[in-house]
Design a protein around this ligand. Sequence first.
Ligand code: ZN
Length: 160
Amino acid sequence: MKPADIKAMGVSHTHPDHIGNVEMFPQAMLYVQKAEYDWPGANNEPRFKPSHPVELLTGDKDVFGDGSITILSTPGHTPGHQSLLVKLPKTGAVVLSGDAVHFKDNWDNRRVPSMNANKELTATSMQKIADTLDKEKAQLWINHDKAQRDTQKMSPEFYD
Ligand SMILES: [Zn+2]
């Protein structure tokens, strides 16, 4: 698979460790919340190249219309943060929390990191994730939690 084969991508939010390679896929439709896209960057720079194809979201999106991949609006860490609910045939449902949850400890204790853009929205988004985990019987994958990562398969292994 080449970068040009990628048709679409979603980003959780626009911190540099989450969007650094977006322009390796200049033709791919970018799914991003409008609130994140419109959030001014350093020196008022846009967060993405204005030429990049984009679909601006204002809430959740069932990407393929079959419930297999759902973007969940989870603002708070940044104004337009989003998470991803993925339903895999063998693994089952997984929520990829981006930075809506930083570490298992702040999830377990519902602590909001002080760097977050909005404390109340973060707490509301954590509750939305908790409700989604219950409803979908989903696992929570916390992207920055190294202890959890150390228990997970890494490329070239995969989940299906
Ligand atoms: Zn972040």
